[in-house]
Design a protein around this ligand. Sequence first.
Ligand code: ADP
Length: 356
Amino acid sequence: MIILVLNSGSSSIKYQLFDIDRKKEKVIDKGKVDRIGDIVPTHKKALKIILGKISTKIDAVGHRVVHGGAKFTESVLIDSKVIKAVEEFSELAPLHNPPGLMTIKEAMRILKGVPQVAVFDTAFHQTMPEYAYLYAIPYRLYLRYGIRRYGFHGTSHRFVAQEAAKLLKKSFGSISLITCHLGNGCSITAIKKGKVVDTSMGFTPLEGLVMGTRSGDIDPAIIPYIMEKEGLKADEVLELLNKESGLLGISGISNDVRDLIRKKNKNSRARLALNIFVYRVKKYISAYIGIIGKVDAIIFTGGIGENQPWVREEICRDLIDSKTKILVIPTNEELMIARDTYLISRRLTERKRRKS
Ligand code: ADP
């Protein structure tokens, strides 16, 4: 089955073309159209450029969708009801869902009759218990506006968790893991017997770990204080917490761990940024060990998790007993999307065959 995976960001669409069946998973093409809104006028046009490059017949399309709210607990075949629901969640993810939706609608129009599947960043986390996903603010705000923890990076956490289960020769339903996705965005997830019980990103991807340019956890009272002292509006403080904080904000040098590691012995702020980053991950891992109890393995993934042994060592030092395994598993969100799309399309084909 030839599957096109589309990952639409605010100014780019990344794509990968897979040839997949029960025994094979092969990437046959990949690429990116960027500078949408600048050189390329719209997502529609970007998709046309991508489809123009592909000469093979496409059997199914898998779309990455950032926010599926609490409604989508797994990947789904896209129909008008799914589109409407994703539109509703655009309010919760104003930067991310609209470009995804534009691409979905256009792909449905151009590739009429080709099954299209939505794979949500939030879906894997929807097994969290109420006491883990609710904030202790007036309950009516949750009822009225859906203010709660949703979690993100779910496709990546699920991919590495499934690969870990294969490596450790355990069934997914019996494995307990702590998965650390450390890239530019960072999040950590506690998985007990194959189900997410907690994750560090919250209502938005701003909460939790220290990231390249995001602050992660802070005291919320800091926000009005900064507004008053610096004369900033709420959205400007949010921009500061999303784009000027984290590793970049502390070091004043870079959001890239590579630069900070190179300078850590000469520059005290570079070292401090790394120390804060490592400390926060350690704190979360310890909390999650407390929640899960027996952990089969701690998994590192993402640009930092996969490529920075110094960071992994610092995080794991004095943290765990020697029986807990530490695994580095490269993430592959596109492959996870392709696998889901393959399974859902195959089920659809089989159902159609049975009917006829
Ligand atoms: P994104 O979350 O945007 O996909 P990445 O997962 O690539 O980003 O993570 C970016 C971070 O990973 C940077 O801090 C960078 O230092 C680190 N990183 C990425 N690739 C490498 C590499 N090959 N070697 C060392 N560090 C890397």
